[in-house]
Design a protein around this ligand. Structure first.
Ligand code: GLN
Length: 163
């Protein structure tokens, strides 16, 4: 996504991993922020993964009332995999790939923690925003994305009901 127009008509948006400082700068320089806000204010879901989670947090776009810490797992644990229990995806643990991942330092009361690692939230959901510190796209397990798809279906139904 490079222009604001590309956001029009999207039912859901993924803000992926990368480098949050660069992404924040690009959102600004490409003039995409107003279109992102329109999408969010319409209640259309957003999935933020890794740097995407940082970009959505209270210190950046403010789409989810949570604060994150960049590169939180430190040097030794820069990149690792873990089996997480994730609320809403079933009993079977979810294999999660962390790459210089953030963790969540603070969440508002109405933001739900779906998974933790080392005592810190690493998957959260608040309103129409789902966010993970890990990269759900790097495994074959579709369950985290399915959770996001279910949020999109609900949002579509709500929009249709509004007419
Ligand atoms: N460390 C990156 C950042 O702080 C995030 C890394 C990632 O998205 N895999 O923005």
């Amino acid at each position: 996504m490079r222009t604001p127009e590309q956001l029009e008509g999207l039912d859901g948006l993924v803000i992926p991993g990368g480098e949050s400082t660069t992404m924040t700068r690009l959102i600004e320089s490409a003039g995409i922020e107003p279109a992102l806000r329109t999408h969010h204010e319409a209640g259309r879901p957003i999935l933020g993964t890794c740097a995407g989670m940082i970009v959505c947090d209270a210190e950046h776009l403010g789409f989810i009332d949570a604060s994150t810490r960049r590169n939180a797992f430190g040097r030794q644990l820069q990149s690792f995999e873990a089996d997480l229990e994730v609320t809403g995806v079933g009993e079977e643990p979810l294999r999660a790939v962390f790459i210089r991942a953030p963790w969540v330092e603070r969440i508002a009361e109405d933001v739900e923690t779906l998974a933790t690692w080392g005592g810190h939230p690493v998957a959260i959901r608040g309103g129409s925003v789902l966010a993970s510190a890990f990269h759900p796209e790097l495994t074959d397990d579709p369950r985290f994305h399915a959770l996001f798809m279910a949020m999109i279906t609900k949002a579509q139904e709500r929009e249709a009901a509004r007419g």
